[in-house]
Design a protein around this ligand. Structure first.
Ligand code: KG4
Ligand code: ZN
Length: 359
């Protein structure tokens, strides 16, 4: 089955062609970082306009790669998988309308995909398929969730952040440390030069039985620490101080993930693997900390760094698995076609019982 994946939920426009849920035929991503960088964050209206501007040339790029390397024709496409949410409404609408136009012209159905759940499919795109059941973190700029998974399409929400997402907190702390947007990768680099023990960061949600995450207190702590250090110093703070704060912040941000996962593993004793996906999973210090802490008990899985941030391969992969479930339940692609056009994207995250639901 050849799936055309479309992602446009935030500030990356991405298309991919995926065969049988594993083989990437062609893929491309247009990043909007340079457009939003002067503003220090994503400007929704600019994001939506940029998706529109980028999509035609990106589509041509994807198509010419697919035709040259694999002799793919429009008639070969069986399914369109598109991000239906959560995300920025203007951005999502662009992807949704591209999906509907393509589906109508090719006479193929659309499967709607939840962007947060799709991040995990950066891991399922790898061969061989990782073990299940698993506890699976999605740690991105907009979301920090922990799911219990017992199939590639079955997600039960175990915990989530009660305030900021981890990546959002990285971006805001990076901004305080005078690093460019998006701050996560820059903060990681700076932290490599720092001493994580010079400053002590507060522990959020200390109660062991509580599995929720929290990042806004850590962000406020760094803000107040910088204000205090600046007030005490007659000269601007030096780079070493910034690096030490970055290292202490990053360590505490990730230790929180380790502590909560430790507690969750007691509640879910059948778990055979730990997954971490989403943009923050690019971070090498996070990967090392998880490998160090969990690898004696069970394997830890991360997507390749290129599949941690937003891409369309993960959308096509989850879409493919959802449709396989749909077919195994006795439905057909024609049934799916009937519900392919009369829907709108959603902006806020909600966890479906099973991700195959089309309502
Ligand atoms: O998954 P993603 O591309 O977009 C969302 O769905 O939100 O994640 C983007 C987030 C940004 O907050 C970015 O700063 C963070 O991932 N990020 C990182 C790193 N690379 C990206 N955070 C920490 N360390 C990194 N190396
Ligand atoms: Zn994302």
């Amino acid at each position: 089955m050849l799936v055309f994946g479309i992602e446009s939920s935030c500030d990356e426009t991405a298309f991919a062609l995926l065969e049988d849920g594993k083989k990437v035929i062609s893929e491309c991503v247009a990043s909007q970082i340079s457009i939003h960088q002067p503003y220090g964050g994503v400007v929704p209206e600019l994001a939506a306009r940029s998706h529109l501007q980028a999509s035609m040339s990106l589509f041509c790029e994807l198509w010419s790669k697919a035709q040259q390397n694999h002799k793919i024709d429009g008639q070969d496409i069986d399914l369109i998988a598109v991000t239906a949410g959560p995300g920025l409404m203007g951005s999502l609408l662009v992807g949704a309308e591209i999906a509907k136009g393509l589906a109508m012209s090719l006479n193929v159905p659309i499967i709607r995909v939840n962007h947060v759940l799709a991040h995990v499919h950066g891991i399922f795109l790898k061969l061989p398929t990782p073990p299940l059941p698993a506890l699976s973190y999605v740690i991105s700029g907009g979301h920090s969730h922990l799911f219990y998974m017992n199939s590639p399409t079955s997600f039960s929400l175990v915990a989530q952040t009660i305030d900021d997402a981890c990546g959002e907190c990285f971006d805001k702390v990076a901004h305080m440390l005078q690093l460019p947007y998006p701050g996560g990768p820059h903060l990681e680099k700076l932290a490599q030069k720092g001493d994580p023990h010079r400053f002590t960061m507060p522990t959020m949600i200390k109660e062991k039985h509580r599995l929720e995450l929290s990042y806004s207190g850590l962000k406020t702590y760094v803000f107040n620490l910088l204000r205090q250090l600046r007030a005490e110093s007659s000269v601007p703070l030096d780079m070493q101080t910034y690096a030490d704060i970055a290292a202490a912040f990053q360590q505490e941000a990730f230790l929180q993930l380790v502590r909560k996962l430790d507690a969750a593993l007691i509640q879910y004793p059948d778990v055979k693997a730990v997954y971490v996906s989403g943009g923050v999973a690019c971070n090498q210090a996070l990967r090392q900390m998880f490998d160090h802490h969990f690898s004696k008990r069970m394997p830890t899985y991360f997507p390749d760094p290129s599949l941690c941030t937003d891409n369309a391969q993960m959308i096509a992969s989850l879409g493919y698995h959802q449709v396989m479930d749909w077919i195994h339940q006795g439905n057909t692609l024609q049934d799916l076609y009937a519900s392919s056009f009369n829907w709108e994207p959603f902006s806020r995250f909600s966890c479906p019982k099973t991700s195959t639901q089309q309502s």
